[in-house]
Design a protein around this ligand. Structure first.
Ligand SMILES: Cc1cc2nc3c(=O)[nH]c(=O)nc-3n(C[C@H](O)[C@H](O)[C@H](O)COP(=O)(O)O)c2cc1C
Length: 243
Protein backbone atom coordinates (compact mmCIF):
# COMPACT_ATOMS: atom_id res chain seq x y z
CA UNK A 1 0.00 0.00 0.00
CA UNK A 2 1.46 3.38 -0.97
CA UNK A 3 1.73 6.52 1.16
CA UNK A 4 -1.36 7.95 -0.59
CA UNK A 5 -3.53 5.58 1.45
CA UNK A 6 -2.14 6.88 4.73
CA UNK A 7 -3.07 10.54 4.13
CA UNK A 8 -6.13 11.98 5.77
CA UNK A 9 -8.81 13.54 3.57
CA UNK A 10 -9.03 16.09 2.13
CA UNK A 11 -5.46 15.90 0.87
CA UNK A 12 -3.84 19.34 0.87
CA UNK A 13 -0.81 19.15 -1.38
CA UNK A 14 1.66 21.80 -2.47
CA UNK A 15 0.96 22.25 -6.17
CA UNK A 16 3.98 21.79 -8.42
CA UNK A 17 4.99 25.17 -9.85
CA UNK A 18 7.88 25.51 -12.25
CA UNK A 19 10.25 28.24 -11.11
CA UNK A 20 8.61 28.37 -7.67
CA UNK A 21 8.49 25.04 -5.84
CA UNK A 22 12.20 24.30 -5.99
CA UNK A 23 14.05 22.47 -3.23
CA UNK A 24 14.54 25.62 -1.13
CA UNK A 25 10.86 26.59 -1.37
CA UNK A 26 9.71 23.08 -0.49
CA UNK A 27 12.11 22.95 2.44
CA UNK A 28 10.55 26.12 3.87
CA UNK A 29 7.05 24.72 3.23
CA UNK A 30 7.98 21.52 5.05
CA UNK A 31 9.09 23.57 8.06
CA UNK A 32 6.20 26.02 8.20
CA UNK A 33 3.26 24.68 6.18
CA UNK A 34 3.69 20.91 6.24
CA UNK A 35 1.55 20.04 3.20
CA UNK A 36 0.30 16.44 3.07
CA UNK A 37 2.34 15.88 -0.07
CA UNK A 38 4.89 17.87 -2.06
CA UNK A 39 6.07 17.66 -5.64
CA UNK A 40 9.11 18.79 -7.60
CA UNK A 41 8.75 21.28 -10.42
CA UNK A 42 8.13 19.43 -13.66
CA UNK A 43 11.40 17.99 -14.97
CA UNK A 44 12.21 17.09 -18.56
CA UNK A 45 12.76 13.35 -18.99
CA UNK A 46 15.37 14.06 -21.66
CA UNK A 47 17.35 16.29 -19.29
CA UNK A 48 17.40 13.55 -16.68
CA UNK A 49 18.55 11.07 -19.33
CA UNK A 50 21.35 13.44 -20.32
CA UNK A 51 22.20 14.07 -16.68
CA UNK A 52 22.21 17.87 -16.96
CA UNK A 53 23.13 20.05 -13.99
CA UNK A 54 19.64 21.54 -14.05
CA UNK A 55 18.01 18.11 -13.84
CA UNK A 56 20.14 17.07 -10.85
CA UNK A 57 19.33 20.37 -9.15
CA UNK A 58 15.60 19.86 -9.70
CA UNK A 59 15.80 16.33 -8.33
CA UNK A 60 17.22 17.42 -4.97
CA UNK A 61 15.10 17.06 -1.86
CA UNK A 62 15.53 16.44 1.86
CA UNK A 63 13.81 14.03 4.23
CA UNK A 64 11.54 16.66 5.82
CA UNK A 65 9.77 17.18 2.47
CA UNK A 66 8.33 13.66 2.46
CA UNK A 67 6.11 12.43 1.03
CA UNK A 68 7.65 13.87 -2.11
CA UNK A 69 6.78 13.14 -5.74
CA UNK A 70 9.03 13.70 -8.72
CA UNK A 71 7.05 15.17 -11.60
CA UNK A 72 8.34 14.44 -15.08
CA UNK A 73 7.34 15.32 -18.61
CA UNK A 74 8.26 14.12 -22.06
CA UNK A 75 6.92 12.26 -25.07
CA UNK A 76 9.09 9.16 -25.33
CA UNK A 77 7.89 6.10 -23.38
CA UNK A 78 11.39 4.53 -23.43
CA UNK A 79 12.78 7.62 -21.71
CA UNK A 80 10.03 7.49 -19.09
CA UNK A 81 10.86 3.83 -18.45
CA UNK A 82 14.51 4.64 -17.78
CA UNK A 83 13.76 7.73 -15.71
CA UNK A 84 11.29 5.81 -13.54
CA UNK A 85 14.30 3.74 -12.41
CA UNK A 86 16.30 6.89 -11.66
CA UNK A 87 13.51 8.32 -9.47
CA UNK A 88 13.15 5.04 -7.59
CA UNK A 89 16.90 4.91 -6.97
CA UNK A 90 16.92 8.49 -5.68
CA UNK A 91 14.33 7.57 -3.05
CA UNK A 92 11.25 9.53 -4.15
CA UNK A 93 7.88 8.47 -2.73
CA UNK A 94 6.03 8.57 -6.04
CA UNK A 95 6.27 9.42 -9.72
CA UNK A 96 3.89 12.01 -11.17
CA UNK A 97 3.47 12.32 -14.94
CA UNK A 98 2.79 15.84 -16.19
CA UNK A 99 -0.03 15.87 -18.74
CA UNK A 100 -1.03 19.42 -17.90
CA UNK A 101 1.64 21.91 -18.93
CA UNK A 102 0.20 24.31 -21.55
CA UNK A 103 3.36 26.20 -22.49
CA UNK A 104 4.17 26.30 -26.22
CA UNK A 105 7.71 25.00 -25.79
CA UNK A 106 6.37 21.89 -24.04
CA UNK A 107 3.16 21.22 -25.97
CA UNK A 108 4.87 21.74 -29.35
CA UNK A 109 6.97 18.66 -28.53
CA UNK A 110 3.79 16.66 -27.83
CA UNK A 111 4.44 16.75 -24.06
CA UNK A 112 2.41 18.05 -21.11
CA UNK A 113 -1.22 18.90 -21.89
CA UNK A 114 -0.67 18.07 -25.57
CA UNK A 115 -0.94 14.43 -24.50
CA UNK A 116 -4.68 14.98 -23.98
CA UNK A 117 -4.86 15.00 -27.79
CA UNK A 118 -2.79 11.84 -28.07
CA UNK A 119 -4.36 9.26 -25.75
CA UNK A 120 -2.48 6.34 -27.27
CA UNK A 121 0.87 7.94 -26.44
CA UNK A 122 -0.39 9.07 -23.03
CA UNK A 123 -1.35 5.51 -22.19
CA UNK A 124 1.98 4.15 -23.47
CA UNK A 125 3.78 6.63 -21.21
CA UNK A 126 1.78 5.59 -18.13
CA UNK A 127 2.49 1.94 -18.88
CA UNK A 128 6.20 2.67 -19.36
CA UNK A 129 6.45 4.38 -15.96
CA UNK A 130 4.48 1.61 -14.27
CA UNK A 131 6.79 -0.99 -15.88
CA UNK A 132 9.85 1.02 -14.81
CA UNK A 133 8.85 1.20 -11.14
CA UNK A 134 7.81 -2.47 -11.19
CA UNK A 135 11.07 -3.65 -12.76
CA UNK A 136 13.05 -1.52 -10.32
CA UNK A 137 11.18 -3.10 -7.41
CA UNK A 138 11.92 -6.55 -8.84
CA UNK A 139 15.66 -5.84 -8.64
CA UNK A 140 16.61 -4.62 -12.11
CA UNK A 141 20.06 -3.03 -12.03
CA UNK A 142 20.28 0.63 -13.03
CA UNK A 143 23.28 -0.04 -15.30
CA UNK A 144 21.35 -2.50 -17.47
CA UNK A 145 18.64 -0.24 -18.89
CA UNK A 146 20.62 1.82 -21.40
CA UNK A 147 21.31 4.92 -19.30
CA UNK A 148 24.55 6.84 -19.97
CA UNK A 149 27.39 5.67 -17.75
CA UNK A 150 27.83 9.22 -16.38
CA UNK A 151 24.18 9.20 -15.26
CA UNK A 152 24.54 5.77 -13.66
CA UNK A 153 27.66 6.95 -11.81
CA UNK A 154 25.89 10.08 -10.54
CA UNK A 155 22.94 8.00 -9.30
CA UNK A 156 25.31 5.63 -7.53
CA UNK A 157 27.09 8.59 -5.91
CA UNK A 158 23.80 10.17 -4.80
CA UNK A 159 22.39 6.87 -3.56
CA UNK A 160 25.41 6.27 -1.35
CA UNK A 161 25.60 9.83 0.00
CA UNK A 162 22.09 11.35 -0.04
CA UNK A 163 19.61 8.46 0.22
CA UNK A 164 19.34 7.13 3.80
CA UNK A 165 19.71 3.33 4.11
CA UNK A 166 16.10 3.10 5.31
CA UNK A 167 15.02 4.44 1.92
CA UNK A 168 17.17 2.15 -0.15
CA UNK A 169 14.81 -0.83 -0.04
CA UNK A 170 13.02 -1.52 -3.30
CA UNK A 171 9.27 -1.14 -3.59
CA UNK A 172 7.04 -0.17 -6.52
CA UNK A 173 6.36 3.55 -6.29
CA UNK A 174 2.82 4.79 -6.93
CA UNK A 175 2.35 6.42 -10.33
CA UNK A 176 0.06 9.45 -10.53
CA UNK A 177 -0.98 11.88 -13.25
CA UNK A 178 -1.47 15.64 -13.27
CA UNK A 179 -3.65 16.86 -16.12
CA UNK A 180 -6.17 19.47 -17.31
CA UNK A 181 -9.84 19.52 -18.29
CA UNK A 182 -9.07 19.17 -21.99
CA UNK A 183 -7.05 20.62 -24.85
CA UNK A 184 -9.26 23.35 -26.28
CA UNK A 185 -12.60 22.22 -24.82
CA UNK A 186 -13.66 20.46 -21.63
CA UNK A 187 -13.50 16.69 -22.22
CA UNK A 188 -12.67 15.70 -18.66
CA UNK A 189 -15.10 12.78 -18.33
CA UNK A 190 -13.88 11.13 -21.53
CA UNK A 191 -10.24 11.91 -20.72
CA UNK A 192 -10.38 10.66 -17.13
CA UNK A 193 -12.09 7.48 -18.37
CA UNK A 194 -9.17 6.94 -20.74
CA UNK A 195 -6.63 7.51 -17.97
CA UNK A 196 -8.47 5.13 -15.64
CA UNK A 197 -7.92 2.33 -18.15
CA UNK A 198 -4.27 2.40 -17.08
CA UNK A 199 -5.08 2.25 -13.36
CA UNK A 200 -3.06 5.21 -12.06
CA UNK A 201 -2.89 5.54 -8.30
CA UNK A 202 -4.08 9.16 -8.31
CA UNK A 203 -5.21 11.75 -10.83
CA UNK A 204 -4.80 15.46 -10.07
CA UNK A 205 -6.76 17.94 -12.19
CA UNK A 206 -6.02 21.59 -12.95
CA UNK A 207 -9.46 23.04 -13.67
CA UNK A 208 -8.67 24.69 -17.00
CA UNK A 209 -8.04 23.53 -20.58
CA UNK A 210 -4.65 23.91 -22.28
CA UNK A 211 -6.11 26.71 -24.42
CA UNK A 212 -7.08 28.65 -21.29
CA UNK A 213 -3.50 28.52 -20.02
CA UNK A 214 -3.83 30.21 -16.59
CA UNK A 215 -6.60 32.64 -17.51
CA UNK A 216 -9.97 32.95 -15.79
CA UNK A 217 -11.45 30.96 -12.93
CA UNK A 218 -10.76 27.24 -12.61
CA UNK A 219 -13.89 25.19 -13.42
CA UNK A 220 -14.55 23.44 -10.12
CA UNK A 221 -17.77 21.88 -11.36
CA UNK A 222 -15.81 20.04 -14.06
CA UNK A 223 -13.35 18.89 -11.37
CA UNK A 224 -16.30 17.68 -9.28
CA UNK A 225 -17.62 15.67 -12.24
CA UNK A 226 -14.20 14.10 -12.76
CA UNK A 227 -13.95 13.21 -9.06
CA UNK A 228 -17.43 11.63 -9.16
CA UNK A 229 -16.43 9.52 -12.13
CA UNK A 230 -13.25 8.37 -10.39
CA UNK A 231 -15.08 7.48 -7.19
CA UNK A 232 -17.73 5.54 -9.12
CA UNK A 233 -15.10 3.53 -10.96
CA UNK A 234 -14.23 0.14 -9.45
CA UNK A 235 -11.26 0.55 -7.22
CA UNK A 236 -8.08 0.74 -9.12
CA UNK A 237 -7.68 4.48 -9.16
CA UNK A 238 -7.56 5.51 -5.55
CA UNK A 239 -8.57 9.13 -5.69
CA UNK A 240 -8.05 12.67 -6.79
CA UNK A 241 -6.02 15.52 -5.41
CA UNK A 242 -6.96 19.11 -6.09
CA UNK A 243 -3.96 21.29 -6.74
C1 LIG B 1 4.07 29.65 -12.07
C2 LIG B 1 3.36 28.33 -12.19
C3 LIG B 1 4.09 27.20 -12.51
C4 LIG B 1 3.43 25.97 -12.63
N1 LIG B 1 4.18 24.84 -12.87
C5 LIG B 1 3.57 23.63 -12.87
C6 LIG B 1 4.33 22.44 -13.01
O1 LIG B 1 5.57 22.43 -13.12
N2 LIG B 1 3.65 21.25 -13.01
C7 LIG B 1 2.28 21.20 -12.88
O2 LIG B 1 1.73 20.10 -12.89
N3 LIG B 1 1.55 22.30 -12.75
C8 LIG B 1 2.16 23.51 -12.73
N4 LIG B 1 1.40 24.65 -12.52
C9 LIG B 1 -0.05 24.54 -12.29
C10 LIG B 1 -0.34 24.46 -10.80
O3 LIG B 1 0.24 23.29 -10.24
C11 LIG B 1 -1.85 24.43 -10.49
O4 LIG B 1 -2.45 23.30 -11.08
C12 LIG B 1 -2.58 25.66 -10.98
O5 LIG B 1 -1.88 26.84 -10.70
C13 LIG B 1 -3.96 25.70 -10.31
O6 LIG B 1 -4.58 26.92 -10.61
P1 LIG B 1 -5.81 27.49 -9.71
O7 LIG B 1 -5.24 27.68 -8.34
O8 LIG B 1 -6.19 28.76 -10.38
O9 LIG B 1 -6.87 26.42 -9.75
C14 LIG B 1 2.03 25.88 -12.42
C15 LIG B 1 1.31 27.04 -12.12
C16 LIG B 1 1.95 28.26 -12.00
C17 LIG B 1 1.14 29.47 -11.66
Amino acid sequence: MSFWHTLSQPIIGLSPMDGVTDAAFRFIMAQHGKPDVQCTEFIDVEEIRRGTASAWRQLRFVESERPILAQIYGADPDGFYQVAHVLCALGFDGVDINMGCPSKSVSARGCGAALIKNPLLARAIIRAVQAGVRDWASGQAIDTIGLRSSVVEQIQRLTSTAVPPSRQHRSALPVSIKTRLGYDSVVIEEWVSTLLEEQPEVIAVHGRTLAQMYRGQADWDAIRRAAKLVHETPRWCWGMVMW
